[in-house]
Ligand binder design. Structure first.
Ligand code: SF4
Length: 248
């Protein structure tokens, strides 16, 4: 990249597998009944990719090292997990690490692991109870946190990650406490910038994101967690978020 005649950055543009470099990152159910206000999926008409459609995307992707599967909730969280397990079983023959991001329910980590998943991401979104109730009125923060605890028991420390959305009206001090709480559990937090517009929401400044990411980096070091070891999903891609030890 050249700025006013000087080369300021030298980089190689990576090839996209499917959605991101080196991965086939696929949304299974592309709609959601949970109705979180900052999310696009509740605004989509009910739809789910079939297993042949998913296999077709994987077959067309080039040079992939992982398969990542994410999903909204088409009917119910329990039914979504059953469907996800069937999808995972249908793609284990590629011999690639499989990452899965779903809304968690009791026992889902054991089922996902048995089906063939190697890493999971269960997003807390926000841990401010008041903001959570307003933004995610049809789901439970406690259920998400229990899912994360169970996720670490089943997949092991560092193999479970969770998005915290930055920009919903939370304070920096709160975010730093949540980072500590998640790291203490063995979960790798991901600081995800609010996309688009929601009432009371505000996209964070670059300075705020860099500050919070440096706090995240400290916490990860103290808890011996390394996001660069992730093989699937957002931490392995790094396209949307600042990944500590990689970007900062
Ligand atoms: S549960 Fe996830 S996919 Fe569903 S509305 Fe909330 S953020 Fe979107």
């Amino acid at each position: 990249m050249v700025f006013r005649g000087d080369e300021i950055v030298k980089a190689k543009v990576e090839r996209v597998g499917a959605h991101c470099p080196e991965q086939a990152y696929i949304t299974v159910s592309k709609s959601c009944v949970m109705g979180c206000k900052f999310c696009l999926l509740p605004r989509m008409s009910p739809q789910r990719r079939t297993i042949p459609e998913i296999i077709d995307i994987i077959e067309k992707a080039s040079d992939i090292k992982a398969i990542s599967l994410t999903s909204g909730v088409l009917n119910s969280p329990e039914e979504e997990i059953e469907n996800m397990c069937n999808v995972i079983k249908a793609v284990t023959n590629y011999g690639l690490p499989i990452g899965v991001s779903v809304y968690p329910v009791e026992g889902c980590s054991t089922k996902l692991k048995k089906a063939g998943a190697s890493e999971v991401k269960y997003d807390v979104q926000t841990m401010n109870r008041k903001i959570y109730r307003r933004m995610c009125p049809k789901s439970s923060l406690e259920e998400r946190l229990e899912g994360l605890n169970e996720g670490v028991e089943v997949f092991g420390k560092g193999n479970v990650s969770s998005n915290i959305i930055i920009g919903l009206g939370e304070k920096d001090e709160e975010v730093i406490c949540w980072i500590e709480e998640l790291c203490e559990m063995g979960v790798v937090p991901i600081l995800r910038t609010l996309q688009g517009k929601v009432a009371e929401g505000k996209r964070p400044s670059p300075e705020r994101l860099i500050y919070l990411t440096s706090e995240l980096k400290d916490a990860l070091s103290r808890h011996d967690l390394d996001p660069t070891k992730a093989k699937t999903m957002c931490l392995a891609c790094g396209g949307c978020d600042l990944v500590p030890f990689l970007d900062l």
